[in-house]
Design a protein. Structure first.
Length: 179
């Protein structure tokens, strides 16, 4: 996977070819075809690796906190940091991320559904503690999802290139979870 990532960085998504990837890896292209049917499957595997790594960081951040507000904030900030680091350190990642939504909608949808569920569970716990109704919980989750989009969507993070995102995220999360 690391060699594939290096190749995608070097040539970009569009110019990535299985034959040249195999040459870079010192093997025949038949070896690659044993694992992947085409370039899209390779790019899908890269996206899956990134999403798994993001999920691992989210899990780690969440387990270090106690209250629903802090867990939710830790999840959001951990994911934002991961995506920002990925975009800064892997320039070709933005091209792959841009196309992930169209080329790999199921993988992205599964990740987003899992993320929404994790955040939703924390919102439900918080909302229960302050006596919110089921409808109010849903509105809180929908609003939060919409407001956080620029901070958690790799394409928007890349386009904004804001230096004070974490500070803004802390303030936003404080609005969603007032003490």
């Amino acid at each position: 996977m690391e060699q594939m990532l290096i190749h995608v960085h070097r040539y970009g998504r569009k110019r990535t070819r299985i034959v040249s990837l195999a040459e870079d890896m010192g093997m025949s292209h038949a070896n690659i075809y044993r694992h992947f049917n085409n370039k899209i499957e390779i790019l899908d595997a890269l996206v899956q690796d990134w999403l798994r790594a993001a999920d691992d960081l989210i899990d780690e951040a969440a387990t270090q906190q106690k209250s629903p507000a802090k867990i939710c904030t830790a999840i959001v900030i951990a994911l934002h940091r991961y995506l920002r680091c990925k975009l800064e350190n892997e320039p070709a990642a933005i091209e792959v991320f841009r196309h992930a939504f169209s080329d790999h909608p199921e993988a992205v949808a599964n990740h987003l559904t899992g993320l929404r569920l994790r955040i939703g569970l924390q919102i439900a716990d918080y909302a229960d503690s302050i006596g919110e109704t089921a409808q109010e919980k849903t509105v809180r989750l929908d609003l939060m999802t919409t407001v956080l989009e620029p901070f958690l969507n790799p394409v928007q993070i890349f386009e904004r290139q804001s230096e004070n995102d974490e500070q803004q995220l802390q303030l936003l999360m404080a609005q969603f979870f007032p003490e």
